[in-house]
Design a protein around this ligand. Structure first.
Ligand code: A3P
Length: 311
């Protein structure tokens, strides 16, 4: 296994072992009103994050849990590797070798260590904008904001919670749904996440992409992402990134890239799996929440709720 990916898999293995030694009621903690998994996040790390100094050439991927962040991570690390004339799949993404790429995950010392990393540094975050270090916006680091239709996010989140020890597991989908719509899940309420990020979508350093548009046309998505980050691509390079990021090829490669975690992560990779699990009543509830909080916003429109979330 390449070094950077071994570090990723080792980190997840350790987190799972830590979570397995915790009681169910110890798995989550609350920080500024939002729940986080205690096996991988801590108040000390959040405090240290406040003084993280972003660079204008940092490459940041922002996406709520289960929006496809591992998918976009691969696309972005491949694009960075191309910009550095490295061979895809063998490179370190800059910091993946030393640090787990999720910004808020890890020990408080990681931000000091990140000072020594060469540009461009790549990082992912599930945080809402108001909980990110202010230097990210002040220094105009570029952010790719990834969003996915809320019904598939909830469906994916439910299966993930039951597959991964770091999150509380659920006996029923109904119990998970109730927690999902009442802000009792890790990284907080997805609808609040969307409405907070909606305040930032017009900033020049932010590009928004949906999971669904990338599923529809991966080549176009990759091209647009590369253009946003100012990375020139030949036709062959584009094709290579597109091929390597198909669900099938990422799933096949997942033992190498994500270790045992890969099996849980690369589940279906499809649009509309929610139709297999939502009841009528749950559909109505979520439609109502969406309508009340997000429907009229820019991000709400971008999600094409009527196309992807109506039965
Ligand atoms: P499903 O559970 O619906 O299958 P994250 O990486 O943010 O945790 O998101 C995980 C979701 O992204 C999972 O959704 C996973 O299957 C999906 N995913 C991962 N790689 C993908 C790919 N190459 N193409 C499409 N979906 C992908």
């Amino acid at each position: 296994m390449e070094k950077s990916r071994k570090a990723f898999a080792d980190f997840v293995d350790n987190a799972i072992a830590t979570a397995n030694s915790m009681r169910p009621d110890e798995l989550m903690f609350s920080y500024k009103g939002i729940l986080y998994p205690a096996s991988i996040c801590s108040p000390e790390t959040f405090k240290a994050l406040e003084s993280f100094e972003a660079r204008s050439d940092d490459v940041i991927l922002a996406g709520y849990l289960k929006s496809g962040t591992n998918w976009l991570s691969q696309i972005l690390t491949d694009l960075i590797a191309i910009s550095q004339k490295k061979t895809l799949g063998e490179e370190s993404s800059g910091n993946a070798e030393e640090e787990f790429p999720y910004l808020e995950v890890g020990d408080p010392g990681k931000y000091e260590r990140m000072i020594n990393l060469p540009s461009p540094r790549f990082m992912v975050t599930h945080l809402r904008p108001e909980n990110l270090p202010t230097s990210i916006f002040k220094n105009k680091a570029k952010i790719l904001l990834l969003i996915r239709n809320p019904k598939d996010v909830a469906t994916s989140f439910y299966h993930f919670s039951n597959g991964l020890a770091t999150l509380p597991s659920y006996e029923t989908w109904d119990a998970f749904f109730t927690d999902f719509v009442s802000k009792k899940v890790a990284w907080g309420c997805y609808f609040e996440y969307l409405s907070e990020w909606n305040k930032y979508v017009d900033k020049e350093n932010i590009m928004t992409i949906t999971y669904e548009e990338l599923k529809e046309d991966r080549a176009l998505g990759v091209k647009n992402i590369a253009a946003f980050f100012g990375i020139p691509l030949t036709e062959e390079e584009l094709q290579l990134v597109v091929e390597r990021s198909s669900f099938q090829s990422m799933k096949k490669n997942s033992e190498k890239t994500h270790g045992a975690f890969g099996d849980i992560l690369f589940r279906k990779g499809a649009v509309s799996d929610w139709k297999n699990i939502f009841s009528e009543d749950q559909n109505e509830k979520m439609d109502k929440v969406f309508e009340e909080h997000i429907a009229g916003t820019k991000l709400g429109k971008k999600l094409k709720y009527d196309v992807y979330c109506k039965a």
